[in-house]
Design a binder for this molecule. Structure first.
Ligand code: GLA
Length: 381
């Protein structure tokens, strides 16, 4: 990817990049919609992501190019207006530039910027957090600033919340920032506090991307966020992490069915994250897998962010040979399912799952045997 980036940069801008950064996509391992409720979550950085090349300019022009869009967009450095249509991808780096003052960090003036990716977009693997973190590292390096990982993570989330306009929690950016090969990232979102957890050797990840609509920006994610805040208010707590199942059951009569279901999912999901963390410590992948599938069932019944396509894949996978468990990964409402498998789960078995899906829904899902990888980093400066 590094040489591909350099060659494309040279072709587009007639000179090589001065700075190269990369940030990975992530798998949400367990902890669905727990992050913005102050809960805990486990995720894994994968070995695919977004690469950014940057070279400073003498003038104040900021030029943006992504391999996907295929055109250079030029903006004067004073302009931080939201972009629409085919240039809307620029909102991710622009959002980071707009976030810098909130962290007392300077922004570079003019530059040539280029992004490439080997992460499928809209697959629930968080290409948006990857581009935010790779951009943040590139801009900070350009101004000679070297803040800690946590600041880079928070810059990415700030861009997503305030510029892109998605009220997400810290999962995606936290995992992209703190990821490590052969490890999961555990986040206690209240701190936030980040920790890495070793992944047992026998654990393998397979991701099935349905290409069905991942409607984060379209408002379903935002409405779940709002429903959780309403449930917390109805329970008299600041955030759902402070509620317990006994408290919820006591309050049930006074709650709407919707508030009860959303709160129940979040409270029990946080308990599943803690149980999964303990099971992983013991190297117990069977228990971990059962918790993953239970998480999916809760999404189906209580959080109502699953779809028939995702349920079909989970039913097929979780009941199959060599699979510890399976669940939707990410926001839901489409996107991808991930399975935790033994090393014996292979390409042929994955293809059989994809065939069965295609027979039912008329379209094959993409299959990714995902490897864990390092977190966001400056590759060259
Ligand atoms: C998306 C958001 C995350 C998190 C998950 C659901 O990926 O960006 O912050 O809320 O959905 O767990």
């Amino acid at each position: 990817m590094h040489s591909k980036l350099t060659a494309l940069f040279q072709k587009v801008y007639g000179r090589p990049p001065e700075i190269v950064t990369r940030a990975p996509g992530r798998i949400e391992f367990i902890g669905n919609h727990t992050d913005y409720n102050g809960g805990t979550v486990l995720g894994a950085a994968i070995d695919r992501g977004v690469w950014v090349g940057l070279a400073r300019r003498e003038d104040d022009r900021r030029q943006f190019y992504s391999e996907l869009a295929g055109v250079v967009t030029t903006l004067p450095s004073g302009v931080l207006a939201r972009q629409e249509g085919s240039s809307s991808w620029i909102n991710y780096p622009l959002g980071v530039l707009a976030a810098l003052p909130a962290f007392d960090l300077p922004a570079p003036e003019g530059f040539d910027y280029l992004a490439i990716s080997d992460l499928p977009a809209g697959a629930g693997l968080s290409s948006s957090a990857a581009i935010e973190l790779a951009s943040a590292l590139a801009f900070l390096t350009a101004v000679g600033s070297n803040p800690d990982r946590e600041t880079v993570v928070k810059l990415g989330r700030h861009a997503e919340n305030h510029f892109v306009g998605v009220p997400c929690g810290i999962l995606d950016q936290g995992v992209s920032g703190f990821g490590q090969r052969d490890h999961l990232v555990f986040i206690d979102c209240r701190g936030p506090r980040f920790e890495t957890v070793p992944l047992p050797r026998a654990a393998h990840f397979w991701v099935f991307n349905t290409h069905t609509k991942h409607a984060l920006v379209d408002g379903l994610y935002a409405s779940r966020h709002r429903e959780c805040m309403e449930a917390a208010r109805a329970l008299g707590v600041g955030q759902l992490v402070e509620a317990t199942m006994p408290k919820l059951e006591r309050a049930r009569a006074g709650l709407s069915d919707e508030s009860y279901k959303r709160a129940r999912h979040v409270i029990e999901e946080i308990a599943r994250v803690d149980n999964a963390r303990q099971a992983l410590r013991r190297g117990d992948l069977s228990t971990t897998g059962r918790l993953l599938t239970a998480s999916h069932r809760s999404s189906q019944v209580y959080f109502e962010n699953s779809t028939p396509e995702l349920d079909f894949l989970v039913d097929l996978l979780a009941g199959g040979l060599n699979v510890f468990g399976a669940r939707l990964t990410g926001g839901g409402f489409g996107g991808a399912v991930m399975a935790l498998t033994t090393p014996a789960f292979g390409g042929a078995q994955a293809a059989a799952v994809a065939d069965a899906y295609a027979e039912r829904f008329g379209k094959r899902p993409d299959i990714l045997h995902a490897q864990t990888g390092p977190g966001a980093q400056v590759v060259m400066k």
